[in-house]
Design a protein around this ligand. Structure first.
Ligand code: NI
Length: 174
């Protein structure tokens, strides 16, 4: 079932979420629904508070389009740095330039409670940081001075392209 995505301004997005202790059908339905909601949204990551559930659960897609489910996730190590545009399904239409680690390793439980670790770089590393921050009530716009609209971003790309800089690339994020 596709769930409604909560937008900025709702206090649930500012709360510290509770750990999952029961790996039961209720959790599996939440994970399935979050997967369906993420897929239909076109975003790359979704945290449970974004569908109104104050629990430490995240679903995201890595750059190979594989779905990763994270229950009670924690960042165990990170390295390097990347600066790029970031957006959020709970703040549609706005993007900010955010610096995040280039490489992030996360420890989490799967839907059955088994601990595992996953490490990734680039956009997925950025997504780990963004989604895990949601679980502590934080959103990306706290980390940037200015938000840009899609129109402003497009203008930036056009001028970047005119400068011959093909590197700039917008990524929608949850
Ligand atoms: Ni988000």
């Amino acid at each position: 079932m596709i769930r409604k995505i909560i937008e900025k301004g709702d206090s649930i997005l500012e709360k510290k979420c509770h750990a999952i202790t029961k790996f039961d059908d209720k959790l599996h339905i939440l994970l399935d629904d979050m997967g369906a909601t993420l897929k239909s949204s076109g975003g790359v990551g979704l945290a449970a508070p974004q569908v109104g559930i104050c629990r430490r659960v995240v679903v995201l897609h890595n750059e190979a389009e594989e779905k990763i489910e994270l229950v009670n996730p924690e960042i165990v190590s990170s390295s390097g740095e990347q600066t790029g545009l970031e957006g959020c399904l709970s703040l549609p239409g706005y993007y900010g330039e955010i610096t995040r680690p280039m490489q992030v390793r996360v420890k989490a439980q799967d839907r059955n409670g088994n601990w595992f670790e996953v490490e990734d770089t680039g956009l997925t590393a950025r997504c780990f940081c963004h989604e895990l921050a949601h679980l502590d009530g934080h959103m990306f716009d706290e980390l940037c001075d200015k938000l840009y609209t899609l129109e402003e971003i497009q203008e930036m790309f056009e001028s970047a392209a005119a400068d011959g800089r093909a590197e700039a690339e917008a990524k929608r994020e949850a």
